[in-house]
Design a protein around this ligand. Structure first.
Ligand SMILES: NC(=O)c1ccc[n+]([C@@H]2O[C@H](COP(=O)([O-])OP(=O)(O)OC[C@H]3O[C@@H](n4cnc5c(N)ncnc54)[C@H](OP(=O)(O)O)[C@@H]3O)[C@@H](O)[C@H]2O)c1
Length: 317
């Protein structure tokens, strides 16, 4: 049962705990790293652009001088990069949590394909994280850790195409985003069902940040520098939006609240804004048939099978 006195500005002590966040250089990923580091965690910050990543690291150190940070290059749209990053991390001591945050939120106008041959938005937001999760599963299991996937209110508001996940026939930028977020959330819930069935001691949760705008977010040099136009538009939407700093509250709670459990969905109390609470997921994302279908699709698309899920029970030292 989740506590109702959670204070996102006063997190539990996370000393001795290790977390990895994708897309750490800006937005929700950056503020998640800041919040985790501020609570004493060791944070592996990952991003695809090394100079943006080092600026983000410096920005955290400016606010949390004793932050325990590590940086690692990781492009979630590139399965080779995912494998290389996972190989760097997984040999070390256990990982207490991974936040699958990286994402394209403004998809390209016309359909683009990654070097692995997949539609860019679903590859970045869902497939790369599926492959990363499988590769990091031993490190997570060693620490009885958890993984958190980033969903979206969009999965409730807009239709999804079950037949053509990569929108070969009918691509629009917004449809690509919705496809990717249904896939990400369905994979997150399906992962929890499969991990439980195989008695793997890793929980999988899904969280969403409501409606979190750069234009409502404080300025941080090199990390969050919203233009005057963005600030103006953010101001117009003030009643239904929040900063990315507040948007990070729900994913961070899902990642670290000792009372949170696998299969849960966390989000802001007032749907688009507010403190982090348990919320109801959209029906499509928790449908086991959709989950199984997405799982098979991700398995084939990435050629990555998760360990432990077939037959043999996991034995931990
Ligand atoms: N903001 C919202 O209201 C909202 C609502 C629902 C869900 N979400 C989800 O929350 C997550 C973060 O959103 P945000 O608002 O923080 O977006 P954002 O400010 O645009 O940040 C996106 C992050 O993802 C990174 N990224 C993009 N493509 C990548 C790749 N191929 N490999 C590694 N990193 C990559 C970006 O890095 P670069 O700087 O290199 O591009 C950036 O760090 C996304 O998954 C999004 O779908 C956001």
């Amino acid at each position: 049962m989740a506590r109702n006195d959670w204070d996102p500005n006063d997190l539990p002590d996370l000393s001795g705990r290790r977390y990895l966040v994708t897309g750490s250089n800006t937005g929700l990923g950056f503020f998640s790293c800041l919040q985790l580091a501020g609570a004493g965690a060791h944070v592996v910050m990952t991003a695809r652009n090394p100079s943006k990543l080092s600026r983000a690291r410096a920005a955290i150190l400016a606010q949390v001088p004793d932050a325990d940070l590590e940086t690692l290059a990781l492009d979630t749209s590139n399965l080779g990069s995912v494998r290389a990053a996972a190989a760097t991390v997984r040999g070390r001591v256990g990982l207490h949590g991974v936040l699958f945050n990286a994402g394209i939120v403004h998809p390209p106008k016309t359909r683009e394909v990654t070097r692995d041959g997949h539609e860019l938005v679903i590859a970045t937001n869902a497939l790369g994280h599926y492959a990363l999760a499988g590769a990091l599963l031993p490190a997570l299991a060693a620490a009885r850790g958890r993984m958190v996937w980033l969903g979206s209110v969009a999965t409730k508001l807009f239709p999804w195409d079950p037949i053509d996940p990569e929108l070969v026939d009918d691509y629009t930028p917004w449809r690509a985003y919705v496809q990717s977020k249904v896939a990400t959330s369905a994979l997150g819930f399906e992962a929890d069902r499969r991990l439980r069935a195989a008695s793997v001691p890793v929980a999988s949760l899904v969280a969403h940040p409501g409606y979190s705008l750069g234009g409502r977010t404080r300025r941080i040099a090199g990390v969050s520098v919203p233009s005057r136009r963005k600030r103006f538009l953010g101001g117009l939407q003030a009643a239904v939006s929040q900063s990315k700093e507040s948007g990070a509250w729900a994913p961070v709670r899902a990642l670290i609240d000792p009372e949170a459990e696998g299969g849960q969905y966390w989000g802001p109390a007032r749907t688009y804004t507010g403190s982090p609470v348990l919320v109801r997921p959209s029906r499509v994302t928790i449908d086991p048939d959709v989950g199984a279908r997405m799982w098979h699709y991700a398995e084939h698309a990435t050629r990555a099978e998760w360990p432990y899920l077939k037959g043999r029970k996991l034995r931990l030292r």
